[in-house]
Design a protein around this ligand. Structure first.
Ligand code: KIV
Length: 273
């Protein structure tokens, strides 16, 4: 694409996301971890691409998001950024790279922005990460919050079940959401909480609230792309809608390829030099 054509494309900004919320226009967000898939979903018109630390599960086969490193996140984000012309690219700061101190959080976010070219960072937590959020924002890096089920704390929760069903936890979540907005976060992800609570938070906040397993009454939705494309047959939480059955499509294509190779049907006369 020429430079002029690239400039003509209206890029999604944090300001535009705010405007979308005001207009009541829903925001569509998906994860991507590599160049090829990011190119497809950006071309399809996705608003936000999240280089999520779910890459730890989806790309590396880990059972949690904890093992992924900052270097690995930067590798994924760099590949995604190269493919993207329009979407806002948000990059997760992985576990262990912001909890220690606000200085460490700042250094991690600066590495992400400098080395990958991503547009914003996302962090899990509320009041406990306030200093880090403020320090990162003071350096001019946009921050997205993440509350509810926060997979980096899985060993504290013990399960991936719905969070904030009890009043105390729900009230703490509302307080944290308001705090993150007050700090200056441009958006907030709410994961796996009751739909009524998510609705209350989205109504209270002026920044966009993006839900995953948080019901319809928020400002947008996010899914892990491989989940919504049906790559993994086993993962089927209630909140997941499958838009394709890639597991069957890929299995069928590979089976046919194997059959063709074994039968000496591939390559044909036309497919050789
Ligand atoms: O890492 C991730 O994919 C996420 C989404 C589930 C929001 O944080």
């Amino acid at each position: 694409m020429s430079t002029i054509k690239k400039q003509e494309l209206k890029k999604v900004t944090t300001h535009q996301l705010q405007e979308m919320k005001k207009r009541g226009e829903k925001i569509a967000m998906l994860t991507a971890y590599d160049y090829s898939m990011a190119k497809i979903i950006d071309g399809a018109g996705i608003d936000i691409i999240l280089v999520g630390d779910s890459a730890s599960n989806v790309m590396a086969g880990n059972t949690t998001t904890l093992p992924i490193t900052l270097d690995q996140m930067i590798y994924h984000a760099t590949s995604v950024v190269k493919a993207v012309n329009r979407a806002l690219v948000v990059v997760d700061i992985p576990f262990g790279y912001y909890q220690g101190s606000s200085g460490e959080a700042l250094r991690s976010s600066i590495r992400i922005m400098k080395e990958s070219g991503g547009h914003a960072v996302k962090m899990e937590g509320g009041a406990e990460i306030k200093d880090s959020v403020l320090r990162i924002l003071s350096a001019g890096v946009p921050v997205m919050g993440h509350l509810g089920l926060t997979p980096q704390s899985i060993y504290k929760f013990g399960t991936y079940s719905v969070r904030a069903k009890e009043e105390t936890e729900a009230n703490k979540l509302i307080e944290d959401a308001l705090l993150l907005e007050e700090c200056g976060c441009f958006g907030l992800v709410l994961e796996k909480i009751p739909a009524t609570l998510a609705k209350r938070v989205a109504e209270k906040l002026s920044i966009p609230v993006i839900g995953i397993g948080a019901g319809p009454d928020v400002d947008g939705q996010v899914l892990v792309m491989q989940d919504m494309l049906g790559v993994n047959k086993e993962f089927k939480p209630r909140f997941l809608r499958r838009y394709a059955d890639l597991h069957s499509v890929v299995t069928g294509a590979v089976a046919k390829y194997i059959e063709d190779v074994k039968a000496k049907d591939f390559p044909s006369e036309e497919e050789k030099y």
